[in-house]
Design a binder for this molecule. Sequence first.
Ligand SMILES: [Zn+2]
Length: 271
Amino acid sequence: MTSSTDRGVSSDHILGFARSLLSHRVAKGRHHPHEVFQTSTLISLIEGLYDGNVAYRTVMGHGDFGVGTFNALDGEMVALDGSFFHLRSDGSVTPVAGDELTPFAAVTWFRPNIDHAEPATLSREECEQVVHGLASDNLFYALRIDGHFPSMRTRTVSKQSKPYPRLVDASASQTTTTLTDTTGTIVGFHTPDYAQGIGVAGYHLHFLSADHGTGGHVFDFTVDAPRIRIDSEAELHLSLQATHEFLSTSFAGDVSAEITKSEGGPGITAG
Ligand SMILES: [Zn+2]
């Protein structure tokens, strides 16, 4: 049974719903907090797909914090506090230009819901154990570690030429750099075990020194009294590449051994 009053209430409801939907969409368009936006998959890099068709200006629209690489595997990307840095194998660090392309990047609007100060000096393994205790292994989450690092071992991938080698071969010849007594920030993500192939199960961490002068993909470190921040309320937005190579490559083979070999250490992925 319908009366004019009922219709009035119901249009108000519809209007209110439409308004809240609209404002929700606008809010999402600007910032979608706690969303991990990732373009492409780790398994694409494993297969040697190093050319993406996603520009960094698109990635920058999805976060202010993250990690990634560049077309032809030309270095490492670190995004921190809204600034995007391009770290190359020659040691140079430059701002990322919006038109630079990426085959793999992950970013988020970093809004930590966990903020933990650890008084001790920790190895990477000990630091990971602390992090394990702070957030569930079953979540994708963003992780930031600030501190003084007595040692920090990183690598920066070097630009590859076509035909591209598989990642396991491209990373076999990489050189690593060990920094001592450096201050800076680790930026990274945790990927759950069940998402092997989308990322590597475990942590993917990049380092940026406090002066923004150096950094790279993290292999190993020790850290004094780190401040550990985690944005653990994450949803995953996986954006796949629409390149011919991605669409026509078979990902059916078992590449677990190659993923492990390319990782560079337990829980740490290449790229
Ligand atoms: Zn990396």
